[in-house]
Design a binder for this molecule. Structure first.
Ligand code: NAP
Length: 309
């Protein structure tokens, strides 16, 4: 058995508390020894007010898991790699595509693992869907990723600032699944972004892609939806439709529900991180972020009514 890996969490916000802390607590191979947060402390570990203080105070630390907002991802990851740590990145892995590519090269040179996570890829439907679709003729893909921003991002101003992605913050989860389950690459053809007149990022987006063979892929992202969210991907094939719903917790093929394992996205992410560290490898797929960047590059902007939290 390999030795335990000491790990610290940086940024103790919603996702760190909801998912990362319980996931690490449930795994044998990681030991949470410290956290860095400007506002919060975590019981039972050493707490630091900043990421830099953490790196100075924990020279023996094996790894950090960066759970802050994407705006600070690059600076935190750069400093952690420089300090010789393995680094796990929450999604999105950066505020820009190029900074993630720079980090990947820095990690390679440093001989450290960089893991850019896409938690939705670890939902139970994803690998089953990928295997089934690999042998099918795909006719079209329809993505509906809609939720109530007030329910899922209460008081989070950063999502409305440049680098915060707006509705692409959840929408990128759908793109992380699409880029995993479809057998061919997709390319953005056009995008229409609806931006509240008092905000800087979109509240809704309509995206048209096509795959390498011209198969149409359409996505609708909307943050003005609810109370029940719609996180669905429907793939029409020559053998019937594949219908992934509840963000990948449910799957039906040709109208028949498929039995799936229980959802355990975050424990699976940490198991993958451990495997990558043990094998001296990296896992950095920028494609979902690149597609979002393309939407900002190609998208038409339409001002819509102001959004007040
Ligand atoms: P959040 O609750 O607003 O927490 C944000 C965290 O970012 C806080 O812990 C805060 O640090 C840190 N932060 C913000 N500005 C900072 C700055 N200038 N310098 C240093 N730290 C800063 O957000 P969240 O929902 O946890 O989201 C964080 C990341 O997780 C995002 O990339 C998001 O896409 C991803 N994510 C979120 C969810 C979800 O359901 N919420 C699901 C999956 C992934 P302090 O601890 O120092 O206050």
């Amino acid at each position: 058995m390999n030795r335990k890996l000491s790990i610290a969490i940086v940024g103790v916000g919603k996702i760190a508390r909801d998912q990362h802390l319980p996931a690490i607590a449930g795994l044998d191979r990681f030991e949470l020894v410290a956290c860095a947060s400007r506002n919060a402390t975590v019981e039972g570990v050493r707490n630091y007010p900043t990421h830099d203080a953490l790196l100075q105070g924990e020279p023996e630390l094996d790894a950090v898991s960066l759970c802050a907002t994407p705006h600070v991802r690059f600076e935190q990851a750069r400093a952690a790699l420089k300090a010789g740590k393995h680094v796990m990145l929450e999604k999105p892995p950066g505020a820009s595509v190029h900074e993630v590519e720079v980090l990947r090269e820095m990690a390679r040179v440093a001989g450290r693992t960089l893991f850019a996570t896409w938690h939705s890829r670890y939902s139970p439907a994803v690998e089953v869907a990928r295997e089934w679709l690999a042998k099918r003729a795909i006719r079209s893909v329809e993505v509906r990723w809609k939720e109530d921003v007030r329910r899922w991002h209460p008081g989070q101003d950063w999502i409305w600032t440049p680098g915060g992605l707006g509705v692409f913050d959840p929408g990128i989860n759908a793109l992380s699944i699409v880029t995993r389950i479809l057998p061919r690459e997709i390319v953005l053809k056009s995008a229409a972004l609806s931006v509240p007149s008092n905000r800087q990022t979109p509240i809704a987006a309509e995206l048209d892609f096509s795959d390498e063979q011209g198969v149409p892929v359409h996505a609708s992202f909307d943050w003005r939806y609810g109370p029940v969210e719609q996180w669905e991907i429907e793939v029409a094939t020559s053998d019937g439709n594949l219908f992934l719903s509840e963000g990948g917790k449910r799957l039906a093929i040709a109208g028949q529900p498929v039995d799936l394992a229980a959802e355990r996205e975050y424990p699976a992410l940490y198991e993958r991180f451990q495997w990558l560290i043990d094998h001296g490898e990296q896992d950095v797929d920028v494609r979902p972020l690149r597609l979002v960047a393309d939407a900002f590059l190609l998208g038409s902007h339409q001002a819509v009514e102001p959004f007040e939290d």
